[in-house]
Design a protein around this ligand. Structure first.
Ligand SMILES: Cc1cc2nc3c(=O)[nH]c(=O)nc-3n(C[C@H](O)[C@H](O)[C@H](O)COP(=O)(O)OP(=O)(O)OC[C@H]3O[C@@H](n4cnc5c(N)ncnc54)[C@H](O)[C@@H]3O)c2cc1C
Length: 388
């Protein structure tokens, strides 16, 4: 059985890594150079760590990431704090923590693992532009344009095609699938700094949701510093997307009672931003084509739920293929993950829109169940027990 995969983001790599680890061959087609180093998502939840821990690169991933057990919500105006710890999940997982790891590091390690396995044929600088089903639905082919080869075009044929080509997939459009949902009016703005002031050291947990009269911010501890995630209002958009001044001022406003404003002015900082949407496809399977990750769903990025969900479903589909599935088993995967996308991913991320505090910090009576859902540990059984 020949499996073609388009897209070497974290989700496509997870799918190929699982197949390759069990000695199953696949072809991975990527538009860019495999050495691209975008820094995007950074949170790996316990359920994902359970799956990644079976790969040879796991010790490297762990060594490069920041282990974060404590989460807090801090209202500076009311001087109230709620803290929660992933330790509460110790009986449920060997990994009762989040790992904050740059997406580029995750990609690099998974690519190195695939190169070492020799089961995955890696094809980069290859833009997949068209797909076609064989007559009689016995297979599927993808046409790619190779960069740097004076417009050379090449066709790959397989029994199945797995699309992991991200939110802007052109191949999804060719399948006639609608990416239904809506875009949020403003993007998220992220400021990365190498350190925080002494007055916040020991105050902030590794994940902190902070509110004050001056606004709200999510704070994430990374191995190389801190990331502050801010949500500008529509009226602030122009300033928010020009340089770092707006983000610095917002942070100075939020922390005005504990950090001098000049501190935020002088710290070296990098700003980036990304658009947020709540969108998904209704089905994950069209004949011999399957959709995984951002090509199938994009959501609010809080807690990295969207990427983690993509990684878990990719592992589940790869495991399904390793079981030599019949058509019914593949349809079962499709029905299960189409339903979970709506009932779990979309529902949970909807609750976190507009920077709302996660449920496990809001209500102590619900905290265990809410933490299980935020860690996606309740979905692990779907990726591990695949037979109908
Ligand atoms: C700027 C930015 C910042 C983000 N920050 C965060 C964050 O802080 N937290 C968070 O949780 N999430 C964040 N995200 C979202 C997160 O990066 C995605 O959820 C995650 O990368 C999804 O992985 P994926 O493998 O499904 O898709 P992608 O990572 O998008 O990978 C798709 C891959 O397919 C390749 N590709 C696309 N089209 C073709 C084609 N035609 N032929 C061949 N290859 C193709 C692309 O080059 C890419 O390598 C961010 C996204 C962006 C864009």
């Amino acid at each position: 059985m020949r499996i073609l995969v388009v897209g070497s983001g974290p989700v496509g790599l997870m799918f190929c890594a699982k197949l390759s680890r069990e000695g199953h061959e696949c072809v991975l087609i990527e538009r860019h150079d495999f050495n691209q180093t975008f820094s995007r998502a950074s949170t790996l939840q316990p359920a994902t760590l359970e799956l990644l821990s079976e790969f040879a690169c796991w010790p490297e991933l762990l060594a490069q990431g920041e282990v974060v057990s404590d989460v807090m919500s801090w209202n500076l105006e009311r001087s109230t704090q709620q803290r929660s710890s992933y330790d509460a999940l110790s009986a449920q997982t060997r990994f009762p923590y989040r790992l904050h790891l740059h997406q580029a590091a995750l990609r690099a390690e998974l690519i190195a693992e695939l190169q070492a396995s020799r089961c995955c044929c890696l094809v980069d600088k290859a833009d997949a532009v068209a797909l076609q089903f064989d007559r009689c639905n016995q297979g599927v082919s993808v046409r790619v344009n190779r960069f740097g080869s004076s417009g050379l075009s090449q066709t790959f044929q397989g029994d199945y095609l797995i699309l992991c080509d991200g939110a802007r997939s052109v191949l999804r459009d060719q399948l006639g699938l609608r990416f239904e949902g809506y875009d949020l009016p403003t993007p998220v703005v992220r400021l990365s700094v190498p350190m925080i002031p002494d007055s916040l050291q020991g105050q902030l947990a590794g994940v902190s949701y902070v509110q004050s009269e001056g606004g709200s911010v999510s704070c994430l501890k990374m191995t190389d510093g801190w990331r502050f995630v801010l949500r500008p209002r529509l009226s602030e958009l122009r300033q928010a997307l020009a340089g770092t001044a707006w983000a610095r001022q917002r942070l100075a406003g939020v922390f005005r009672d504990c950090v001098p404003a000049q501190w935020w002015e002088s710290i070296p900082a990098m700003r980036d931003s990304y658009r947020v949407a709540q969108r998904c496809v209704k089905t994950r399977q069209v004949q011999r084509v399957f959709l995984l990750g951002d090509v199938a769903h994009v959501t609010n990025t809080r807690g990295g739920l969207n990427m983690n969900f993509g990684l878990i479903e990719a592992y589940a589909l790869a495991s399904c293929f390793l079981n030599h599935p019949d058509w019914q088993a593949l349809q079962h995967w499709n029905l299960t993950w189409s339903r979970l996308t709506q009932d779990a991913l979309m529902a949970r991320t909807q609750q976190l829109l507009a920077g709302r505090t996660p449920r496990f910090l809001r209500s102590s009576s619900e905290s265990f169940g809410a933490l299980m859902r935020a860690s996606l540990l309740d979905l692990l059984s779907y990726s591990k027990s695949l037979r109908r």
